[in-house]
Design a protein around this ligand. Structure first.
Ligand SMILES: [Zn+2]
Length: 178
């Protein structure tokens, strides 16, 4: 397994609709393993493949004690409405309240290529929707009011005006200095 670099806001791959995987082969399994490792090191509750520069419909989630990969995921049912603060590993130190369906029924393929369904509420439902958004080129910022979005984007541009790259290296969890 290896840690992958994160693509930050501004990287074109984050705005792309990722392509269906179809067959789950060894390459996809390696990608899933690397994504779990990278998500853990970055302390995220979810990670989509395009956040590490791979425009394929693969994401991982670790929320409410449940840890799973989603390959070619689809939301079959969504109901209710809940608002909570979200952040994103691709937009560090940026947060906003996002309203989404409260409960979802997910269908996806797992790391072995087996189709499964999973019902989720709360943080898990939110993480699933946030990651599937990524696969469609959508960021949580897009769900905010225009005013809030413009404010956060202006702050982001100020703080990142000297960046020379969209990539951010992820430090192995054990070597983190805090
Ligand atoms: Zn995100």
């Amino acid at each position: 397994m290896s840690l992958r670099s994160l693509h930050l806001l501004g990287s074109p791959v984050l705005r792309q609709r990722s392509a269906e995987v179809g067959e789950v082969d060894d390459e996809v399994r390696r990608l899933v393993d690397d994504m779990f490792e990278t998500m853990d090191a970055a302390r995220g509750v979810g990670l989509a493949a395009n956040q590490i520069g791979i425009a394929r419909r693969v994401a991982v989630v670790d929320a409410d004690g449940d840890r799973f990969a989603m390959i070619d995921p689809v939301i079959l049912e969504a109901e209710g409405s809940a608002t909570a603060e979200e952040g994103c590993l691709s937009i560090p130190e940026t947060y906003g309240d996002v309203t989404r369906p409260e409960r979802v029924l997910l269908e996806a393929f797992d790391r072995d290529g087996t189709r499964y369904r999973r019902e989720a509420t709360g943080l898990k439902a939110r993480a699933i929707q946030h990651e599937i958004d990524h696969l469609d080129g959508i960021l949580f910022l897009d769900h905010l009011s225009l005013m809030r979005r413009q404010m956060l984007l202006a702050k982001w541009r100020r703080e990142h005006k000297d960046d020379t790259s969209y990539l951010r290296e992820v430090q192995p969890a054990g070597e983190r200095v805090e």
